[in-house]
Design a protein around this ligand. Sequence first.
Ligand code: G3I
Length: 451
Amino acid sequence: MIRKSSPRRALAAGTAALLAAAGVVAFAGTAHAAGTLGDAAAEKGRYFGTAVAAHHLGEADYTGTLDTEFSSVTPENEMKWDALEPSRNTFTYGNADRIVAHAEARGMQVRGHTLVWHSQLPSWVGSLPAADLRSAMNNHITQVMTHWKGKIAAWDVVNEAFQDGGSGARRSSPFQDKLGDGFIEEAFRTARAADPAAKLCYNDYNTDGVNAKSNAVYAMVKDFKQRGVPIDCVGLQSHFNAQSPVPSDYQANIQRFADLGVDVQITELDIEGSGSAQATSYSNVTKACLAVTRCTGITVWGVTDKYSWRSSGTPLLFDGSYQKKPAYAAVLTALGGSDGGGNPPGGGTGACTAAYTTTASWPGGYNGQVTITAGSSAITGWEVPLTFAAPQKVANSWNGTASWDSSGTVLTMRSSYNGNLAAGGSTSFGFTVTTGGGSAAPPAVGACKAS
Ligand code: G3I
């Protein structure tokens, strides 16, 4: 589905659909490169989505970033069993409905997450005897899918049903333990009957490369396709960090699933880290998806680092102040997009980051330092606003050109001799502050702006 607000995206995806129908793999070029993740992905015939939480939809920066950049949403928790059916046959759709309405109003597609999962499962489900559990599972799938029939592009019908490690075995859960291996097939058949238009996905983590767990999922999907069990897509969650980096055979793994005749979706992408290392990993993931025709879209697991389930690992594309990180620029570039000037992203706002530290302090004053780091492209200048708490005064500054606003509280520091930074390169400036008998709180550091 295409965002109504973007004729260019609609045209690009329409072109892609026509070419796909004709069996043509390449996509038409466009005169102007797209400037947002959603638009750039659409020009490649794909969506670019994010997980969202209903309780953040009232925050202007959150919805502003969501609405500008993304063409698909996945409710992060609001469509899980505990949220939708906390007690048997009592369904509470309110929070998820708000997300679906928000997406619908803006032409974004919705991924449904998730119908059958061992986690976030209310305790009443686990205590049912087998026959009752079977009917509760099928009822849950049918009720929930019927509620949003025709509105959900793809459902994670079953989530995380395989064990980690080398066994390739199914994970113990009420469903597995009481209904046996057949519960997955039954869930997919029930789901197809409930909403025949929705794509039905199996979703899991640590299945991103070729390994024992992904081999087990592969064997199940192959078996389903051979026997005509309805399955349309495989979700690779793609939660990465230093212990679990992007595997070298990521693209090959996506391709082998695609070769079974299912779509592949990157469903919960996040990569812990920062700067150019994080940007490179994000770029590699994006390129891998684009290289496989049936990899139909990417969803990152959150809008901003501050609300990530792994917040301390800063794994997302926007920092806690909704500034674009180098990883954002890397993804947009990999998607073939660019900033408004037709240049690769990296030349404009958000192509640098600013990090503050207090380097010394004493009664009545302190020294502060701000390190500027360029994004994934070289920059030729930078500026950063700093807001000081009255009655603080800046007595001295170095390695930058200082100018004050009329209120005398916002100091903008601009590059002087040190504006040219290579991609990922950094420099710093500093200042001495006298507190004037007031607080010694460090300044609020605004967004770094690159030129
Ligand atoms: O909403 C309550 C709040 O009222 C309460 O005060 C607070 C106290 O703990 O908890 C809040 O709920 C938390 C919920 O997130 C909403 O923030 C839960 O404790 C917490 O467990 C839950 O975590 C979610 C996690 O799934 C649960 O398994 C994460 O947000 C969510 O990002 C994460 O998502 C999963 C995918 O569904 C499946 N793949 C893995 C992925 C990451 O774990």
